[in-house]
Design a protein around this ligand. Structure first.
Ligand SMILES: Cc1cc2nc3c(=O)[nH]c(=O)nc-3n(C[C@H](O)[C@H](O)[C@H](O)COP(=O)(O)OP(=O)(O)OC[C@H]3O[C@@H](n4cnc5c(N)ncnc54)[C@H](O)[C@@H]3O)c2cc1C
Ligand code: SF4
Length: 508
C-alpha cells in the first residue's frame, strides 16, 4: 500500500485526521501551488499572496516534524494534473485528502481517483463543529432552514453559554437588538487597530512572484499584514480578545469612511486557512467572558458568528451544491459594473467599500451585505458574476463560505432557502449606519432625478417590480407598505429613472 496525502492550501493544520494516522512507511504528503487556483477567478493579489505564503510556512512546519513532503512550487498545471503525475510516478494505491472546501475541487479529485483506479479516502473536515452528515440530518425534518434554530441546537449540544437548566445564559438566545448601533454622529472615535504582521522573507519572495506573475490582477500588496502562520494567528486572536472584542457587538453593523475594520475580529482568513480552530477561538472568548466580566451581548454576538453562521453556511453549501452555484431566483443577468474592480464610482459607499477591498482584501460583513451585495441585487446583476467577484477579492474567500453568503444572503439567488426575505435597503439605511452619504453627489432621500441615490431609486424600483409577490407573503408584505404612500406618477418616474440607471450602471 502506498498513500499520497494531499494537503490543500486552506487545510493548513497539523491536527488533520490524515496526519493523526500517518504511517511513514507507506505515506507521503504533497502540497501544490497551482497557477490555476490563482486565476480561475481574477484573484486579488493579497489573496494569492496569503495562500502561497501560508502554504510555504506550513510546509516548513511539516518538515520540522519530519513528514516526507513533496512541495510543488508555482506550477502551471492544475492540482489534478500534478496529482496525476505524482500518483502514477509513485504507483500510489490510495489518494487521501480532507474534504475540500470547493465543490469543483472535490469533484475533480474524486474523478481523478476513479479514472486512475486509486482508492480515495476523503474524510469529513474535522475543523467544523458540525459534520455534513449531522447538518443534513438536522435539515431533513425542518420545514424552514433558519440559522436561529440551528444555532440554538449547536449551543445546547456543545454546552456553550448554556446554564444548568439547559437554558441560554442571560435568559435569551440572541442579543441582536443591542448589536446594531451606528457610530455616534461624530464617528467611531479611536479604534484599536487589529494586529498586523510585518511580511518576512518568505512573504516578500511570494510578493515578488505575485507581482511578476499576476501584474494585472486586482488589489495591492502594500498593506499586506495578514497572519501567515499559526503562531501569528494565535497572536491576532489574543489581541482581538484583549483589545477589540468588548466593542465588537454594539457596532457590528456600523460603517464609517476610511474605517476598514471597525471593531471586527479580522480572523476569517486565519480560520478559513485552518491556522485557527473555531473551538479554540470560542474557548478563548468564553474565558475572557468569565475572567473579565465582558458584556454578554458582545460575547454572544461574536459566538453566534462562529458557532452559528459559519457552521450553518458551511452546512448549506454541501447540502445544496452543485445547484447553489447555478441558482438565479430573479433571473438577473446584468453585467458587473467595471467599478467593482476599481472603486472608481461616484457613489461614496461604493468608493469606500470597494476601495478598502482593493487595498486590504477585506470589507466587513455589513459592507459586503448591505453595500456591494445590496447594490448587486437591486441592480439585477448576474449572481455568477457577483459571486466570482466576491470569490476573487476577499482574502478569506473560499467557495464553501463565499457562495452561500452571496447567493443565499446577499442576492436571494436561492430564493427563501434560508432567509425569509431579500436583504434590501435604500440609501436611508446607508445614511443611518454610516457617514458615506455626507458628501456623496447623490442624495439618499431622492428617489428619481439626476441626483437621486441609486440605492434609493433601485430599492423602490425593486419593490414596485416585485410588489405583487411580496404582498402575498406575510413575511414580505410589510416591505411594500410604504409603497402605498408613493403616488402612481412618482412610481412611474422611479421606474423610468431606474431604467436609465440599470442601462448605465458603469457611469454611476
Ligand atoms: C456577500 C457576503 C460574502 C461573504 N463572503 C465571505 C467569504 O468569502 N469568506 C468568509 O469567511 N466570510 C464571508 N462572509 C461572511 C462575513 O462577512 C465575513 O466572515 C467577515 O466579514 C470576516 O471578517 P471578520 O473576520 O472581521 O469577521 P467578524 O465580523 O468579526 O465575525 C467573526 C467571525 O465570524 C464568522 N462569520 C461571521 N459572519 C459569517 C457569515 N455570514 N458566514 C460565515 N462566517 C461568518 C467569520 O469566521 C468571522 O471571522 C460574507 C458575507 C457576505 C454578506
Ligand atoms: S447617497 Fe446613496 S450612493 Fe451616496 S453614499 Fe449614500 S447610499 Fe451610497
Amino acid at each position: 500500500m502506498k498513500r499520497l496525502i494531499l494537503i490543500l492550501g486552506d487545510q493548513l493544520t497539523l491536527d488533520s485526521p490524515l496526519l493523526e494516522h500517518f504511517d511513514a512507511e507507506t505515506d507521503e504528503i504533497i502540497m501544490i501551488e497551482s497557477q490555476h487556483e490563482a486565476d480561475y477567478v481574477w484573484s486579488h493579489k493579497a489573496k494569492i499572496a496569503l495562500f502561497l505564503s501560508a502554504m510555504r510556512h506550513f510546509a516548513l512546519a511539516l518538515q520540522a516534524q519530519h513528514y516526507p513532503l513533496t512541495y510543488i512550487k508555482e506550477s502551471k498545471l492544475s492540482i489534478t494534473q500534478v496529482l496525476k503525475e505524482k500518483l502514477l510516478a509513485m504507483q500510489a494505491s490510495h489518494l487521501c485528502c480532507v474534504e475540500p472546501g470547493e465543490w469543483r475541487l472535490k469533484s475533480a479529485i474524486t474523478d481523478l481517483a476513479s479514472t486512475l483506479n486509486v482508492h480515495l479516502h476523503m474524510p469529513d473536515d474535522a475543523h467544523f463543529y458540525c459534520s455534513n452528515a449531522e447538518f443534513r440530518a438536522w435539515a431533513a425534518d425542518k420545514k424552514e432552514l433558519r440559522l436561529e434554530y440551528f444555532y440554538r441546537a449547536m449551543r445546547k449540544k456543545h454546552g456553550i453559554l448554556i446554564d444548568a437548566h439547559d437554558q441560554p445564559v442571560g435568559g435569551q438566545w440572541n442579543f441582536d437588538e443591542q448589536n446594531r448601533k451606528p457610530y455616534s454622529k461624530h464617528g467611531p472615535g479611536l479604534i484599536n487597530d487589529p494586529l498586523g504582521f510585518e511580511p518576512d522573507a518568505i512573504s516578500r519572495e511570494v510578493f515578488d512572484f505575485v507581482e511578476k506573475q499576476y501584474p494585472k490582477h486586482p488589489g495591492e500588496l502594500a498593506q499586506f499584514a495578514w497572519p501567515v502562520t499559526r503562531e501569528q494567528a494565535l497572536d491576532a486572536l489574543e489581541h482581538f480578545v484583549c483589545h477589540r472584542l468588548a466593542q465588537f457587538g454594539a457596532h457590528q453593523d456600523a460603517m464609517w469612511k476610511q474605517t476598514p475594520f471597525g471593531w471586527h475580529a479580522v480572523l476569517a482568513s486565519s480560520l478559513n486557512l485552518r491556522l485557527l480552530n473555531p473551538r479554540e477561538v470560542i474557548a478563548r472568548v468564553l474565558l475572557a467572558y468569565q475572567e473579565q466580566a465582558f458584556d454578554l451581548a458582545a460575547v454572544e454576538g461574536f459566538i453566534r458568528q462562529i458557532l452559528g453562521w459559519r457552521e450553518f453556511i458551511r452546512g448549506m453549501y454541501y447540502l445544496d451544491m452543485p445547484a447553489m452555484a447555478e441558482a438565479n431566483h430573479y433571473q438577473h443577468h446584468r453585467p458587473l459594473p467595471s467599478w467593482y474592480w476599481t472603486g472608481q464610482s461616484k457613489m461614496h459607499c461604493m468608493q469606500d467599500t470597494v476601495g478598502q477591498t482593493l487595498k486590504y482584501g477585506y470589507a466587513h460583513h455589513i459592507q459586503r451585505l448591505m453595500i456591494t451585495g445590496n447594490f448587486a441585487l437591486l441592480a439585477e446583476l448576474s449572481p455568477k458574476q457577483v459571486s466570482d467577484w466576491y470569490l476573487a477579492v476577499y482574502v478569506d474567500a473560499i467557495e464553501w463560505v463565499e457562495l452561500p453568503n452571496v447567493a443565499g444572503m446577499a442576492l436571494f439567488a436561492i430564493g427563501g432557502r434560508f432567509t425569509s426575505k431579500p436583504y434590501v435597503a435604500s440609501g436611508a439605511y446607508v445614511k443611518r449606519m454610516s457617514n458615506y452619504c455626507d458628501r456623496c453627489p447623490y442624495k439618499p432621500e431622492l428617489r428619481y432625478g439626476e441626483q437621486a441615490c441609486p440605492m434609493t431609486n433601485l430599492y423602490w424600483h425593486f419593490l414596485i417590480k416585485h410588489q405583487a409577490i411580496f404582498q402575498k407573503n406575510p413575511r414580505t408584505r410589510l416591505m411594500t407598505a410604504n409603497l402605498a404612500k408613493i403616488s402612481p406618477e412618482d412610481q412611474q418616474r422611479i421606474i423610468e429613472h431606474a431604467q436609465i440607471i440599470l442601462q448605465n450602471s458603469d457611469a454611476l
